[in-house]
Design a protein around this ligand. Structure first.
Ligand SMILES: *Cc1c(COP(=O)(O)O)cnc(C)c1O
Length: 374
């Protein structure tokens, strides 16, 4: 039964995607990245499904996101790597969360928190290798890695990993970042560090750049069944999309040729037409930029979105087809079933599939299908 608005999440697809990618990459460890509410899919159920598929680490941006996983009873290793200056270091250490470290200041704060708790903080040092975001800059590697080694010898921190992140700009840019990362690994070894985890690749490099795999890959978009590439679909990569965004037709109206539709009348019916109203709008994360460009599926046929996408709703032109209130509408899902994909919506909106699934708003209830459930 389709709800009025609903993001149906196929947890079996997440499990299968992780198992497929695990076999493909062959690294000793695999991290499922479940930041941002698992790219809109729901952090806790997706984390469990990914662990079932063979992920051994979970990755998030913020400590708050990591604590949410722990609060749900998830005990697997978790790494959080983006911190505010007043981050809850003690709560994270207490919850056994690994902390990504991007500066000497963070390292010192974490060691101080560990000392006052009487605990050893598990840290993973992030090296800046070209993205110009966070991570320790090459000019700081020696002092920061030496400090990490000293704190490790003092029993305050354990340096469990060293990592960085690629820009996926071009083969040459990725090669330069890998070379930079290798220099960082040498500086770490010279400082006396022997981290158990070395990781650099997110989905794109994990799939196409074997030399970037090291001991772990961090998979986000691919575990949701979507492709990080312009030249390959999820299906081409052996993946199945986990999210189907759907709803029910809220109203049907027959209009005469010339009728204006939605704000600003950016579209007027060229001939007498049956219009179906779909009760999702930009408040739900439907990109307004896709007005007049995206398509949806109703009763197994695809129809164009016409006129402006509004806050709560948009209009679809069903031509002369019979459409009724309550008919199920699929905005995107698995294109193998004949419906548009999240990537189709991304192309219509001038963005990427990551953005399409992640932006689906809180007003859209998530429903979950367990592995094996029909
Ligand atoms: C978001 C993120 C990932 C996952 O990237 P995908 O392209 O979705 O696989 C991996 N590593 C870091 C540091 C990230 O921020």
């Amino acid at each position: 039964m389709t709800g009025f608005r609903e993001a149906a999440i196929d947890l079996g697809a997440v499990t299968a995607n992780v198992a497929h990618l695990r076999a493909l990459v062959g690294t000793p460890s695999l991290m499922a990245v479940v930041k941002a509410n698992a790219y809109g899919h729901g952090a806790v159920p997706v984390a469990r499904a990914a662990l079932t598929g063979g992920a051994d680490w979970l990755g998030v941006a913020d400590i708050e996101e990591a604590l949410e996983l722990r609060a749900a009873g998830i005990a697997s290793p978790v790494l959080a790597w983006l911190h505010d200056p007043a981050a809850k270091w003690a709560a994270a250490i207490d919850a056994g969360i690994d902390l990504g470290i991007s500066s000497a200041a963070q390292l010192t704060q974490v060691a101080d928190a560990a000392r006052s708790l009487g605990r050893v903080a598990s840290v993973q040092i992030k090296l800046e290798t070209g993205l110009s975001r966070n991570g320790v800059h090459e000019s700081e590697w020696e002092p920061v890695l030496a400090l990490a080694a000293r704190l490790e010898r003092a029993g305050e921190v354990r340096v469990r990993g060293i990592f960085s992140h690629l820009s996926n700009t071009s083969p040459a840019d990725d090669a330069a970042a890998i070379a930079c990362f290798e220099r960082g690994l040498e500086v770490a070894a010279a400082a006396g560090l022997a981290p158990e985890l070395v990781h650099l690749a997110s989905s794109a490099a994990a799939i196409r750049l074997p030399q970037a795999r090291y001991s772990m890959v961090r998979l986000g978009i691919s575990l949701y069944g979507l492709s990080p590439f312009d030249d390959a679909t999820g299906a081409d990569l052996g993946l199945r999309p986990a999210m189907t965004l759907r709803g029910q037709v809220a109203a049907v109206r027959r209009v005469v040729a010339g009728a204006g539709v939605s704000y600003d009348y950016t579209w007027r019916a060229p001939s007498d037409s049956t219009l179906a109203l779909v009760p999702l709008g930009y408040a739900d994360g439907i990109p307004r930029q896709a007005s007049g460009l995206a398509r949806v599926s109703i009763n197994g046929r695809q129809y164009p979105v016409v006129g402006r996408i509004a806050m709560d709703q948009f209009v679809v032109n069903a031509g002369d087809d019979a459409v009724e209130i309550g008919d199920p509408v699929v905005l995107f899902g698995d294109p193998a079933t004949g419906v548009p994909s999240a990537t189709d919506w991304a192309n219509a909106a001038g963005t990427i599939n990551y953005d399409i699934v992640t932006r689906i708003g809180a007003r859209v209830p998530r429903s979950y299908r367990q592995p094996g459930e029909e």
